[in-house]
Design a protein around this ligand. Structure first.
Ligand code: F6P
Length: 340
């Protein structure tokens, strides 16, 4: 059989490790060829394919981004695109398509499976919020980068006696904010799972500054104030995308006014999505790549790979569309205890 692979949605470290593992497994274990579609589902719809072999993909393991390119393109939003995607797969002799993506891309993959294609998904997102899997490819790398940033901000905050606000990604969930906030020892963590009261945050920081001269506040780009407590202002572009730094700057300026502390904002933005994957992401991506090909070869469709505990298995693709998967209450509670 010939396999196809496509990466869709925002990029993240570890995508290339998935591509490499898929090619290795298909070729070495099953003697199957692989083609890659470029720039997300647009490449499937438009038939933009490149042949992939072990020679082309072997050195990809430790590289960032995606060698296939990516796009936020969903066939369902373009007239006739799903049919054209099916036609491409048939024309290219592709018996099964492996789709690496976040919840939006995986929902599109599920629709393609329902339309008749054989499709297996692989979850990736630095936000770690795809339902059905304990981990998504890319999260560990972004968490490592964000935690290192908080560590670095600490020494300059301390030297200048400043309040530092660090904005991390996560428009629907706070996995990164809670993760980097706890691992980096932040003094307040604001994330979508728990709307914040800015007066309470300011008061807690004032109390802290009675004995310590600096603070670090980690805020997710999707954090929201309790209704009626603070006007956040516009934080979305007309096309719906998040304005980087919008929430971070509002939180910083409000805290500066309420506490009188000297303050600065650091927006990590796409730095969190760039560069080489961590060993944990290389490992997860490789395990998912192997499992995706095995699922395909066993005849599965409409499923995605998932990490549940220590085991990699498969779950229905439809689960991915039930998201986003919020950070668990116990993690949110732990964050509240630890920032005090
Ligand atoms: O969905 C992953 C994510 O990294 C979000 O955390 C972030 O808000 C968004 O992508 C940014 O997307 P873009 O690269 O399109 O600006």
């Amino acid at each position: 059989m010939r396999l196809g692979i496509v990466t869709g949605g925002g990029d993240c470290p570890g995508l290339n490790a998935v591509i490499r593992a898929v090619v290795h497994t298909a070729q070495h274990r099953y003697g199957d060829g692989v083609v890659g579609y470029r720039h997300g589902f647009r490449g499937v719809v438009e038939g933009d394919a490149v042949p992939l072999g072990v020679a082309e993909t072997d050195a990809l393991l430790a590289t960032g981004g995606t060698a296939l390119g990516t796009a936020r393109y969903h066939p369902a939003e373009h007239h006739g695109a799903e049919l054209r995607a099916l036609t491409t797969l048939e024309r290219d002799g592709v018996g099964a398509l492996i789709v690496v993506g976040g919840d939006g891309t995986l929902a599109a993959a599920n629709r393609l499976a329902e339309a008749g294609a054989r499709v297996v998904g692989v979850p990736k997102t630095i936000d770690n919020d795809v339902p059905g899997t304990d981990r998504s490819v890319g999260f560990d790398s972004a968490l490592t980068i964000a935690t290192e940033a908080v560590d670095r901000v600490r020494t300059t905050a301390e030297s200048h006696d400043r309040l530092m606000v660090v904005e991390v990604m996560g428009h629907h969930t706070g996995w990164l904010a809670y993760g980097a906030g706890i691992a980096g020892g932040a003094h307040a963590i604001l994330a979508p799972e728990r709307p914040f009261d800015i007066a309470e945050v300011a008061e807690a920081l004032r109390r802290r500054h009675e004995t310590v001269s600096y603070s670090i506040v980690v805020v997710a780009e999707g954090a929201s104030p309790l209704p009626g407590t603070m006007d956040l202002g516009p934080r979305r572009e007309p096309n719906g995308s998040i304005v980087a730094g919008a929430v971070g700057e509002r939180v910083r300026s409000e805290l500066a006014v309420r506490t009188g502390f000297e303050s600065r904002l650091v927006v990590l933005g796409h730095v969190q999505r760039g560069g080489a994957p961590t060993p944990a992401d290389r490992l997860l991506a490789s395990r998912f790549g192997v499992a995706a090909v095995e699922a395909v070869e066993e005849g599965a469709s409409g499923v995605m790979t998932a990490l549940v505990g220590d085991e990699v298995g498969i779950v229905p693709l439809a689960v991915a569309a039930t998201g986003p998967r919020a950070a668990p209450a116990a993690l949110v509670e732990a964050a509240q205890v630890l920032v005090g």
